[in-house]
Design a protein around this ligand. Structure first.
Ligand code: PNS
Length: 161
């Protein structure tokens, strides 16, 4: 049976930390579904279609990776829908672990699906979508923390001071 992992997130927008984890997830299974989970009642910074487009541009044409979005859905239902065999998430440190562990346990409780945690690259330990947006908004330099296409998208979406 083919192994398929889901890499879930808001990806608003994708960062170099996300790209690193997704690329390493691809080494562990046959296929990765990068799942954008979103709440239509909250618009976010980037429209979901733009988040999808940026992810596809950053991840290139790898046939083992596909990007899809899901509105108002439990992650376990996404996993069932795409027939995933695991969930893969990156951990930047202990705070991420404390946040992620109950969700991993709950997801296993609900359907038995396992979560695999990958240690994030320490070079991106301080990188999150929300911090990147805040630093950019106030005129800080976030190049090297997000792919170049995302940097351009940030400049379009959020005029820096
Ligand atoms: O990029 P984020 O914001 O850290 O992603 C969080 C996300 C979307 C993966 C998480 O909130 C999630 O799994 N949401 C789906 C709803 C759900 O299944 N909630 C119960 C989790 S046990």
């Amino acid at each position: 049976m083919a192994t398929r992992a889901v890499c879930p997130g808001s990806y608003d927008p994708v960062t170099n930390g996300h790209v690193d984890v997704i690329r390493r997830a691809v080494q562990l299974c046959d296929e990765v579904v990068v799942a954008i989970l979103h709440n239509p009642a909250k618009s976010g910074t980037f429209p979901v279609a733009r988040r999808e487009q940026l992810l596809r541009e950053c991840l290139g044409d790898d046939p083992r990776v596909r990007v899809e979005s899901f509105a108002d859905t439990l992650l376990v239902d996404v996993c069932a829908q795409v027939e995933a065999t695991s969930i893969v998430k990156g951990l930047r440190g202990g705070t991420d672990f404390a946040y992620e562990l109950p969700m991993a346990l709950m997801n296993r409780h609900l359907t038995g699906i396992e979560t695999v945690f990958l240690p994030g690259d320490p070079a991106f330990e301080h990188v999150s979508s929300s911090l990147v947006k805040e630093v950019h908004r106030f005129g800080g330099d976030v190049s090297g923390l997000v792919p170049d296409v995302v940097l351009a998208a940030l400049r379009e979406a959020i005029p820096a001071r």
